[in-house]
Design a protein around this ligand. Sequence first.
Ligand code: CA
Length: 676
Amino acid sequence: MKLYVSLTMTAAILAAGSLSSPLPMMAQSAYDAQFIEYPTYNGNDLELLVDNSGTHFRLWSPKAQEARVNLYDNGHTGSPYQTLEMKPDAKTGTWTASVPQKLYGKFYTFQIKWNGEWKNETPGVWAKAVGVNGKRAAIIDFPKTDPEGWNADRGPEVKNFSDVIVYEMHHRDMSMHPSSGIANKGKFLALTEDGTVTPLGEKTGIDHLKELGVTHVHILPSYDYNSVDETNLQDNTYNWGYDPQNYNAPEGSYSTNPSDPESRIREMKEMVKALHDAGIGVIMDVVYNHTAENDGSNFELTAPGYYHRHWDDGKYSDASGCGNETASDLQQMQDYIINSTKYWADEYHIDGFRFDLMAIHDTETMNKVVQELKKINPSIFVYGEGWTAGDSPLAPERRALKENVSKMEDIAVFSDDIRDAVKGHYTNAADRGFATGKPGNEETVKIGIVAATDHPQVDYSKGNNSKFPYAKSPGMIVNYVSCHDDLTLTDKLHKSMEGEPEQNMLDAAKLAQTIVFTSQGTPFMFAGEEIFRDKQGVHNSYKSPDSINAINWENKSKYHDQFDYYKELIALRKAHPAFRMTSADDIAKHLVFDKIDSFKTPNLISYSLKDNANGDEWKEIKVVFNGASHAQEVNVPKGKWMIVAQNGKIAHDGSLGTTKGGKISLAPYSALILAR
Ligand code: CA
């Protein structure tokens, strides 16, 4: 059995290591050089086209000896009712076959002859609809899957990426717990249900998202993945879904009827539309960097060798840590990634993409992806993990690494700088960070605050993970303290603050997120953190049961103060553009750190956002963080200040009163925000 490890986890080890000791230069492997000679084909009729003249198949497989299409009445049982021999078109490397009827309701697979033998059947790499478990492609009439009003459906307009507030969620996590009050548990439709509440009457589901105020949800992999048996849903098998099978069809287990190819498509669109109607954008987690299977993958079964990278000896290279990696540096694969994301943006109105292990792809491909997506929707937001989970034949300077983000336009990377500095390193559960009393992380937190841009007061030589300002603009950085990978923030605090009262952990959680949400760049949070969600200490819950993964919505009553704080923190960020500056120059000019000796008073950071930064109505905003386990004082210039946040309370409407400045004490693990 293949182990789908926590991708980010192994990846970040390499990212951290690669900073101090860059990987050796490598050219593309001698083995993969053969594929550059392949003719490529980028027509919009790849694999399947239905028009008034019939149903047309065109499979790209330049070196196949023969190719055929098997036609079926059923999505997963029975024998083909007909097999069509395909004709080669050497110039394009494709094979074609047609029938004069529109085969709506039928299913098909391709097969190629290779080294004298017929390979296993495959739905191809461009199946947009599939039967149960994705083994056969389905022929459907797509407009019939559109919900009512779909043509007028639009996601929220985004002027600058720093205006986006990302909420990362898994479909099952959000709805499986009995307290969710949601009928369509674990389904796309869960987020279409209005008025769902906990037994105590707290809002859940989409109403909860509206109440919280996030601008975008980031859904964990929602394309058809391999690990969950769609014919046996009563088993309630859980998986994150980082095991891609069919990249261009939705996952069946999230639909109410995986055997009906239209159901998963219609229901995913209904989810997108419900979120759009609520003013919330939808970002999809995409995993083009590897396939669930090696030789059995649809890539290998259609064009053996081509889509994956190899070492000189022909063995699969494995920068994903999952057995293989794909070859975005080859034309047909590059076009595939571009066309696939375009397809999701176009057909499903997806508003953004989060690229898993993005550094397996090359920067040129990523730039082209964004250029093409922007033509469909200028508001589309693309970000990714700027690291790999192993070595790759792709030369490091070509990789879409965090360190190379400035070679990419309109693409952001996750800041592991702020993540590890604020809460402690992810590989060591007991390790503390700035927000939990460990000294020595101050400069790295500042790297997060300025979104890894060049700033006269930030000394990058003292950075824990990064040694240079790698972002040209704040739009290139996603700030976070936790995500689906590794311990949740709650579990991290439980493990690293063991023995302390829970209130200290709640205070530290507030402080950690206050740092993220007031920092320049785009803030990102993991679903449920706002109600102190835990995963019972399981750090790699990719296939743990719902009892570990599902959000217990009863926490919303128990930790209501926490929820209110997050909600107000988000409202503060949305109301004040000073936290959302759009250029490195503006940050260097308007964000001024106060001089604090980190040796004498560790775990204390104080800065001002000055001169109505980014058009803010407030002339000056003072932001102070005390991550120590004891109270600390800060000296604020005298004058009349409005209190925005203090000692675990936050409100941007003036209801917390005013202060005259001077020496102000901050409670342990707390933030102070003042405005004038
Ligand atoms: Ca599946």
